[in-house]
Design a binder for this molecule. Structure first.
Ligand code: SF4
Length: 368
């Protein structure tokens, strides 16, 4: 169901995708030359972020092509909306300077796990306060004003399955939609419903190659099994799958991330996303930060799997902490986090509520 695209086909698809962005810019700026200049800047930014290199593979699902989990699949309305905002971030117009293009939404405080690194630990397991209608009221204006990608998280978003399905159906054909999950309760039946409701991708958390170590980290003896089953069900129905990996120092030092990448390859997972542990939630005030050598190791790992020909059959390996060396963080500018109480934050890790004025002025009037 998910096909790897490389070589001439990859370059042809990439070229057509860039033409699409150029056309979005031409309509936005009413000037094809200006659009080309902004597109070149956008490409230069991407290349700088990737350490001067360009990804060499894409993944095809039902006529759409995806490169990673942070940019919508092409062609799609979500892609068009997302890249219009991306162009505006580089070169605003007189009428419009809003760069916001991704909204991360926590839809529940419920969760069957108790992870060692949970950033939401202080508010988990409490009663949900926002109804489905509340979420519509909060999300609709963002989508109306150009957000092209929605990411549903929690807690465990699959704990509120019926509401999740309703949200996916509402924004289907308007946004690229992802769910960040532990894989809890993701049966084949549910995978089919998620797909039919408009889910494009699922990021499933796997933090150790060893089932017992992963389960201990996640605080649930069934967690590894849920990961295995949910990966296989999502791939079977054609949902793009990424693994979210938050490695400990020990895992990096014993080359455990490489073993997870190998695991992903064997299962047919297209994307592995390596997250840097952050001192928030359960990790608050703990000495968990990766050192410079470990960060460098992970950066080189992502380069090796992304650009070396010998690894062409491996997943694309993303390492956002490495990209931030080249680019400023987009939290609060290109993406924003709506938590389960309806409060807006720059991102799930920066728990400083966004000032109302800032939201009104530079992001989206919808948040007022
Ligand atoms: S990290 Fe996610 S899955 Fe783990 S306890 Fe927190 S909300 Fe639940």
């Amino acid at each position: 169901m998910i096909k790897r695209v490389v070589g001439i086909e990859y370059h042809a698809i990439r070229f057509l995708m860039l033409i699409n962005i150029w056309w979005i810019g031409t309509r936005l700026y009413k000037n094809p030359f200006k659009s080309m200049v902004v597109l070149i800047k956008l490409l230069q930014n991407f290349t700088r972020m990737m350490g001067g290199k360009t990804l060499v593979r894409a993944f095809k699902m039902e006529g759409k092509y995806a490169w990673d989990m942070f940019n919508p699949a092409w062609p799609s309305p979500g892609f068009n909306a997302f890249f219009k905002r991306h162009l505006i971030e580089i070169q605003a117009t007189q009428e419009d300077n809003r760069a916001l293009r991704r909204l991360i939404v926590a839809i529940t405080k419920r969760c069957p796990l108790a992870c060692a690194h949970c950033s939401e630990a202080a508010t988990l397991y409490q009663k949900d306060v926002l109804s489905l209608t509340d979420y519509y009221d909060k999300i609709d204006p963002f989508v109306d004003q150009g957000v092209g990608q929605l990411v549903f998280s929690g807690g465990e978003p699959l704990s509120r399955f019926d509401e999740l399905i309703s949200l996916l159906e509402r924004y289907q054909n308007r946004c690229d939609q992802w769910v960040y999950t532990s894989g809890y309760g993701l049966t084949l039946e549910r995978a089919k419903r998620l797909k039919a409701s408009g889910l494009n991708g699922v990021a499933i958390s796997l933090d150790h190659y060893d089932p017992n170590e992963h389960n201990a980290f996640r605080g649930n003896v069934n967690s590894f099994e849920w990961v295995e089953q949910s990966v296989s069900h999502c791939l079977e129905v054609g949902i793009l799958v990424a693994l979210n990996v938050c490695p400990t120092r020990a895992l990096v030092d014993e080359h455990g991330v490489e073993r997870i990448i190998e695991w992903a390859k064997n299962k047919g997972v297209p994307i592995v996303n390596i997250l840097e542990p952050r001192a928030v939630g359960n990790y608050q005030d703990k000495d968990i930060a990766l050192n410079a050598k470990q960060l460098d190791h992970l950066w080189k790992l992502s380069e090796r799997f992304n650009f070396e020909k010998v690894h062409i059959t491996y997943p694309t390996v993303l390492f956002p902490a490495g990209y931030r060396k080249q680019m400023t963080c987009g939290g609060g500018r290109s993406y924003i986090f709506l938590d389960f109480d309806g409060q807006l934050y720059p991102c799930p890790f920066c728990k400083l509520p966004l000032p109302k004025e800032r939201v009104e002025e530079s992001l989206c009037e919808a948040a007022a």
